[in-house]
Design a protein around this ligand. Structure first.
Ligand code: PMV
Length: 331
């Protein structure tokens, strides 16, 4: 029986379709080369201890005292670890086992920035617990499905895009829980600009919902337009038409701004990137702070990176990553 397992899972960017995806429209997500790593060890008792040294967070609970939101003072668990608790719960249930575990989380994905950090942690936790207790490497589909339960703790009504792309890696078209793999060309550079402004996906998703409820004849058509735009974007991506792709990213940004999920810090960096010659730029993820992305030719990447830094952001060159959830080691 495997006793100690390390699993990792990537963060992501959304090229098109955030928010609209919650309403059943398609979205395009791509995994990036930043990952969450989770170490799971069997303890030999019924305690579960979770630590995230990077965030100086710890939590623990006793499986023998029951395993539900009510019975182990769920509210006492730090907010950022609640999804890990849920990921452990669903994984133990899937194994039909009750075993004490030590769980350590490390991540180089900025949290609360729209790069899917919470989903990556949930995905890596599920894979590591599954491998540790059963000896099997679970399929991406199973890992994603279980991690989705943990995402609900963080986001309320998540579309499932974050856990899906983190489990599968590469590029995907995501719509209503269904995925289609997408080939992503390497001839283009992505620069991520982190505003360092933290925000809550849950609040931003409910803000869009309130706009759609208050002005259904305006909000809902915007959502549908984002869906049409995503389909155009997929065609541009398949043809390697980066000029067209950039133009559509700019339109997508305008529509996201219209439903109130942009932020001054994002707008500054987006305009700076465009002026520096990016094909296009938009926020990525829930918005309200977090990250923007700029699409640029590799030759122009340095200019775009500097322009983002000059406008107050932390610029991170990103590479697409084909690697989804991975069991890295087992002892
Ligand atoms: O949590 P973020 O910032 O990666 O945003 C997720 C994308 C949304 O469409 C805003 C929400 C969702 O569940 O799809």
């Amino acid at each position: 029986m495997v006793k100690r397992v390390v699993a990792s899972a990537p963060g992501k960017i959304i090229l098109f379709g955030e928010h609209a995806v919650v309403y059943g429209e398609p979205a395009v997500a791509v995994a990036i080369d930043r990952r969450a790593r989770v170490i799971v060890e069997e303890r030999g008792d019924f305690e579960v201890r979770i630590s995230a040294p990077d965030l100086s967070l710890e939590a623990g609970f006793d499986l023998e005292r029951g395993f539900s939101e009510d019975s182990f003072s769920f509210f006492e668990i730090p907010q950022r670890l609640k999804n890990v608790v849920r990921a452990v719960e669903v994984s133990l249930n899937a194994c039909n086992l009750k075993r004490g575990l030590n769980i350590e989380i490390n991540s180089d994905i900025p949290p609360s920035a729209g790069l899917g950090s919470s989903a990556s942690v949930a995905v890596a936790t599920v894979a590591a617990v599954g491998k540790c207790l059963t000896g099997d490497s679970w399929e991406s589909e199973k890992v994603s499905k279980l991690a989705f339960e943990a995402e609900k703790i963080v986001h309320g009504t998540p579309s499932g895009i974050d856990n899906t792309i983190s489990a599968y890696g590469g590029g995907i078209i995501f719509q209503q829980g269904k995925i289609e793999r997408l080939d992503i060309g390497a001839q283009v550079s992505i620069i991520i600009g982190d505003t360092k402004v933290e925000r809550s996906t849950k609040k931003l998703v409910s803000h869009v919902r309130s706009i759609c409820e208050k002005y259904p004849s305006i909000g809902l058509p915007i959502i549908r337009l984002i869906g049409s735009l995503t389909l155009e974007g997929i065609e541009s991506l398949k043809m390697g038409d980066f000029e067209g792709l950039g133009e559509l990213m700019d339109i997508n940004q305008g529509l996201l701004d219209a439903v109130g999920v942009s932020h001054l810090s994002l707008s500054k960096m987006i305009f700076a990137a465009r002026e520096a010659g990016a094909y296009g730029a938009k926020l990525s993820g829930a918005g309200g702070g977090g990250c923007m992305i700029a699409l640029t030719s590799p030759e122009n990447a340095k200019n775009v990176l500097e322009a983002i830094e000059m406008s107050g952001g932390r610029a991170v060159p990103a590479a697409f990553s084909m690697r989804g959830v991975t069991v890295e080691s087992e002892e």
